[in-house]
Ligand binder design. Sequence first.
Ligand SMILES: [Cu+2]
Length: 133
Amino acid sequence: MRYSTRLTVLAPTLALSLALAGCDNASDSEMPMATEEMPMAVDEMPMNVENMPMTQSGAVRAGSAQGTVTEIDAEAGTITLDHGPVPAMEWPAMTMAFDATPEVRDEVAVGDTITFEFEASDAGNQITSVSKQ
Ligand SMILES: [Cu+2]
């Protein structure tokens, strides 16, 4: 009984505060609260929707590039690639190590030229898929 009473009280309050927030947004284009909260929502959405259940912090960006496998390190869990430029990341061509799962490492051999997709975040650069040229 008490709960249902509280619910009926809470629901209109929530609706009212949402309506007020909507009014504020419409009438004031530079609302400090909105600009503070927006980036967090934008950062978190792609992680939940697109990305694998990896431990990551901050924003995750997806990129793809072509490269030649120069080293596969099972112990470190990495594939080193001599890769071309990645405009999406504003990366120049370079040789660097990417994190890669055993499944992905098994798909390539040193000397292979591959097209690969990866995710870049604070946690590192993880290859998510590879295809041989
Ligand atoms: Cu690189």
